[in-house]
Design a protein around this ligand. Structure first.
Ligand code: TRP
Length: 334
């Protein structure tokens, strides 16, 4: 029997290169060997976008198209929508007895996010909602509703997984062995830096290249990318290790080209403008197959609907089964 993998994404925006190299490449490998459930976490997205339902709705479709465009195979991956699985909400209620408010307030991921969302939750998090504080509980329900054994996530999500494991242990110790304790699969890929040289590429940081950016947009973004500040003249030698243009060449260009670019940069026989133009070309070539797939799916919205419908049906079956065991263990199986 294949092991079960469960992961989720909040539908709050399109995917960028950070997602592609940090997560999608990993999914592409994993889809062949596991029973793979991929949750479009619309309920979780609403915890900090409750005042913007249109955004969440629009991005459910957008993120599904992005994921499929990267080459994920809907015959291997069950794409499903969180809100269509009410068992997740039910489990969240049951698990909320097994976690203290203090523990949630100490969760490092939650703490960081509260600090980033001052507008929504106040300068010191004094206006934090019950729903947002509790989303780690809901995420534990996401995973355990499917008996998820492996959870591919980025490092920032590890505290949430730890919280889930604690809930599972507590549940099992009180109600008897019922739930599996999931493990993280950390992506081998490194975190992708932003066009501005920031350690992290992020939508809110304004330094991202999105998988669906047009050629024109890519052109503008790359022309503004940060290069070695010591290089003033076209024929000054420079250090590719601190140049964002070289950094992206390294991600998307061929080995031969990379070596050539690196050598010429160090020798000072290559200007930054030429180098950027070559990166624009390489980036467009890299994104072309992804964008071609996107176009196909955009022209066939009925396929997206079918994929979500089928995946959600399979997920629902699995969650219903799990719910039976949970209710039995909790003695609420009337
Ligand atoms: N919290 C995750 C994120 O922001 C998304 C997510 C929702 C998730 N449910 C999940 C990740 C279950 C792993 C498992 O990226």
């Amino acid at each position: 029997m294949k092991k079960t993998i469960l992961t989720g994404l909040r539908p709050t925006g399109n995917l960028h290169l950070g997602h592609y190299f940090g997560a999608c490449q990993n999914y592409l490998k994993l889809q062949n060997d596991y029973d793979f459930y991929l949750e479009i976490a619309d309920v979780q997205a609403l915890t900090d976008n409750f005042n913007n339902p249109e955004k969440v709705r629009r991005n459910v479709t957008e993120i599904t198209i992005d994921l499929l465009s990267t080459g994920l195979n809907p015959d291997k991956v069950n794409f499903f929508i969180q809100s269509k699985i009410p068992e997740i909400a039910e489990l969240t209620v049951f698990y909320s007895n097994l976690v203290t408010v203090a523990r949630l307030e100490r969760n490092p991921t939650v703490k960081t996010e509260i600090a980033q969302k001052k507008e929504l939750f106040g300068n010191n998090g004094e206006s934090i909602t019950y729903g947002f504080l509790g989303y780690p509980v809901s995420q534990a329900a996401d995973i355990t509703a499917f008996n998820g054994e492996l959870v591919p996530v980025g490092e920032d999500q590890l505290p949430l997984l730890e919280q889930c494991r604690e809930i599972v242990r507590k549940f099992n110790s009180i109600y008897g062995e019922t739930l599996k304790e999931p493990e993280a699969i950390l992506s081998e890929a490194k975190r992708v830096k932003g066009l501005d040289g920031n350690d992290k590429m992020g939508k809110s940081l304004g330094n991202a290249i999105f998988l669906n950016d047009t050629e024109e947009v890519i052109n503008q973004k790359i022309m503004k990318a940060v290069t070695d500040p010591q290089k003033i003249k076209k024929d000054d030698p420079a250090n590719p290790d601190i140049c964002m243009v070289y950094y992206y060449h390294d991600l998307v260009n061929t080995k031969e080209n990379k070596e050539k670019i690196c050598n010429e940069c160090k020798k000072g026989t290559r200007g930054c403008v030429q180098c950027k133009k070559e990166l624009i070309k390489a980036m467009n070539e890299f994104l072309k197959p992804i964008q071609d797939k996107r176009k196909y799916y955009e022209q066939h919205p009925e396929i997206i609907n079918d994929i979500l419908k089928n995946g959600t049906e399979k997920a629902k079956e699995k969650a219903e089964q799990q719910m039976k065991s949970v209710k039995k263990a909790m003695k609420i199986d009337y």
